[in-house]
Design a protein around this ligand. Sequence first.
Ligand SMILES: O=C(O)CCC(=O)C(=O)O
Length: 265
Amino acid sequence: MNIKSFQFKVIDGDVKKNISKIKELFNDTDLSGTDVVVLPEMWTSGYDLENIRQHAEHNLYPILDVIKKLAAENNVNIIAGSVPNIKKDEEVLNTAFVVDRKGSLVHEYSKIHLVPMLNEPEYLSAGEERAEVFELESEKMGVLICYDLRFPELFRDLALTGAKVIFVVAEWPAERSDHWLTLLKARAIENQCYIVSCNTSGSQSDGTTFAGKSLIVDPFGVIISEAGHDTEENISADLDLPYIDRIRRDIPIFSSRRTELYRHL
Ligand SMILES: O=C(O)CCC(=O)C(=O)O
C-alpha cells in the first residue's frame, strides 16, 4: 500500500488560497500507484481561531465536495486532514474525514482532546464520539488529530480494535518538535503498527512556527520516510502490512498484557 503525506505551509485565515494550494498539489503530483494521500490538521483555515466560525464548513460542506472530486479524479483514497466543521447544534468541531477513491465519505472523527496551550477550548467544541476504525482497500485504519498524540490509550484502543495504520494529522509547533518525533515513534513501537503523520510547516501570523517533520514510522519504530522542518514536500512509503503480523509474533506484547493488574485502562 503506497502512502503519500502532503506537508505544506497552511496560510492561516485564507481558506480560498489553501484550497487552491491543495488542488495544485494534486495536479502537480504523480499519483499513479498511490493508494492514500494524507493532508494536515485544519488545513483550510489554519489556527485563525478568532475567526474560526466564519471559516467553518457546515457538516463538512462544501469542502467535502472538493475532496470527493479530487479522490475520484485521481483514483486515490484521501485522509483529508481536518477542517473546522459546524454541526447541527452550531458548535465548531475540529473534524478529520476520509474519502475513498470512488469519492465516498467513509469516516469522520472530531478531535476529542482540545489543546489548552492553544486556547482551543475557548473557540472549539470537543468531539464527544469515540475514534472508530475504518477500512480502506480492505485494511483497518484509524485517524487521530495532533494533541491526541499525547494520549497513548487512544492509540492502543484503535490498535486493539484492529487498526494496522494510524494517521496523525497535525499543526504541531516547532518548539515541541522533540515531543512530536519521540511520540510518533513511541506510538508505532508500543502498538506495533504503522504511524503515518502529516504536519504543516512554516509560520502563522501570530509568530507560531510549525515543526514540519512529517514522518512515516514502521511497526518496529523505524522512520521509513521523513520530511524536512521548513519544507513543502510530499513524503512517500510503501507499507508492508504483513510485516505487522511478523513483529507481533516476535514481540507478543498484546498477549503479554495483564489488564487485570492495571488500575487505569
Ligand atoms: O501537544 C502539543 O504540543 C501540540 C498540540 C497541537 O498543536 C494541536 O493539537 O493542534
